[in-house]
Design a protein around this ligand. Structure first.
Ligand SMILES: Cc1cc2nc3c(=O)[nH]c(=O)nc-3n(C[C@H](O)[C@H](O)[C@H](O)COP(=O)(O)O)c2cc1C
Length: 424
């Protein structure tokens, strides 16, 4: 039995070949060799005790790994897949949920906010909004009725529509608003820990991350996470891990999480060592590679990672992902969702590009099976796929902000809540 088997026993009792076990070996793939690119060739495994658990209020997460909130990606089916590959040991955050749409009960938002039947512990949700009252109302419902265990807040989304209406990455530029929002959510969350996630700033001329960290700490956030790029950078260039180290020096009483460019488990280890941060948040590296969480668990616990899947096992994972999406969203919407993942799963495998146009139009699980059937199985995982571009990189932007947003930045301000937003 494998982690792809829907009837798999609880993850803490699985090993690579599916037999029951009491140790912590990851459910993974048999055969093949673990891969590392040149960037990580000489990174040694951690010594015993070197990597410490991440403590976010009452939550303890070991190894200290968090699935990044990603709009259109980290819905319940994807989180389930990542949980299975890592024996449910990490923290898996939902995509951003618009507080107003949630409070108003929009069906699509409620579905995106919901959890899978396997998500009985560490239910984690990211909220997006601009008005403290709406965010507080959403928080109360999530805590009292939805039983969430963690709320993350989005102060890093750089999407034009979001920043232009004073949300996401625009908020840290207005410290009083940031403080008011965090305070309102922390108060409404009671014992449930609240964390905040932000970028370095608007652009190189307006860096806000140290202030955002200080405000989060002062207002009762239980951890802060830095995506070490500015909003102007979007996803381009390299994440600036030095800034993560600076934030760690600045924020002393709560954990600091580093985010940006973890594509191999060894990157996470390097980030922890280089910056002194308390945990890593992993985004694009797991697109089409949910098994990355198993690799992260192994390496951060001091073991060589399990070998990556061959093409046949990748195809099995892709099919299982599609099956989970269809189970959650129904066939039409679930299959529409899987289309964008097909290229990420097949990335770097020779000869698979020609299948993509048809895969991008796939409408049923049967059609997916038919399109994938001709692919050979025994093709080793390509090294080049580990750090290949997956999503959203390359471009930079001039950040759109509401009129006068950067005038009198210290003054209090109120922003009307946006109805519904897609993140990024
Ligand atoms: C497709 C996509 C959607 C994203 N959606 C969100 C989101 O909803 N909330 C958020 O805080 N960040 C979002 N992000 C940013 C990621 O959480 C993360 O900060 C970023 O990708 C950098 O990490 P990485 O280098 O590991 O990818 C998104 C990123 C991608 C690629």
């Amino acid at each position: 039995m494998s982690p792809l088997d829907p009837a798999a026993p609880p993850p803490d009792r699985l090993q690579a070949d599916g037999a029951a076990t009491s140790d912590t070996a990851e459910p993974g793939f048999a055969g093949g060799q673990a891969l590392r690119t040149a960037a990580n060739r000489d990174v040694p495994l951690p010594s015993p005790g070197e990597i410490r658990p991440l403590r976010i209020g009452p939550l303890e997460v070991f190894p200290p790994v968090v699935l990044a909130p990603m709009a259109g990606i980290t819905n319940a089916p994807f989180r389930t897949l990542c949980r299975r590959f890592s024996q449910d040991r990490c923290l898996y955050v939902s995509e951003m949920i618009t507080a107003r749409a949630f409070v108003e009960g929009h069906a699509r938002t409620l579905q995106l906010a919901s959890f899978g039947p396997d998500e009985t512990s560490r239910r984690s949700i990211q909220l997006y909004g601009t008005h403290p009252d709406t965010l507080a109302a959403a928080t109360r419902t999530l805590v009292e009725e939805w039983g969430v265990h963690h709320i993350d807040m989005n102060f890093g989304c750089p999407v034009r529509k979001v920043t232009a209406s004073g949300g996401g990455a625009a908020i840290p530029a207005r410290p009083a608003l940031l403080a008011k929002i965090v305070r309102a959510v922390v108060q409404s969350a009671g014992a449930v820990p609240v964390t905040i996630k932000f970028r370095k700033g608007i652009d190189d001329s307006l860096l806000t991350f140290l202030d955002a960290g200080r405000i989060g700490e002062a207002e009762g956030a239980r951890a802060v996470a830095l995506h070490a790029r500015t909003a102007a950078q979007l996803y381009s260039g390299e994440a600036d891990w030095t800034a993560i180290g600076e934030l760690k020096q600045h924020v002393r009483s709560i954990p600091v999480l580093g985010n940006g460019d973890v594509f191999e488990p060894w990157d996470a280890l390097r980030m922890l060592r280089q910056t002194g941060c308390d945990g890593v948040v992993v985004g694009r590296g797991c697109l089409g590679r949910p098994w990355l969480f198993g690799e992260l668990c192994a390496v951060l616990e001091g073991r060589e990672p399990p070998p990556p899947p061959d093409l046949g096992q990748v195809v099995d994972t892709l099919r299982e992902h599609a099956r989970l999406l269809v189970g959650f969203f129904g066939e039409k919407h679930g299959m529409a969702q899987i289309r964008k993942f097909t290229g990420w799963y097949l990335k770097g495998f020779p000869g698979t590009k020609k299948s993509l146009p048809a895969l991008h139009l796939v409408r049923t699980l049967a059609e997916l099976d038919e399109l994938l059937a001709p692919l050979p199985r025994a093709v080793p995982y390509p090294l080049v796929a580990l750090r290949a571009r997956r999503c959203k990189d390359g471009k930079v932007q001039q950040v759109s902000l509401p009129q006068g947003w950067l005038d009198c930045r210290e003054a209090d301000i109120e922003v009307e809540d946006p109805a519904e937003m897609d993140g990024g």
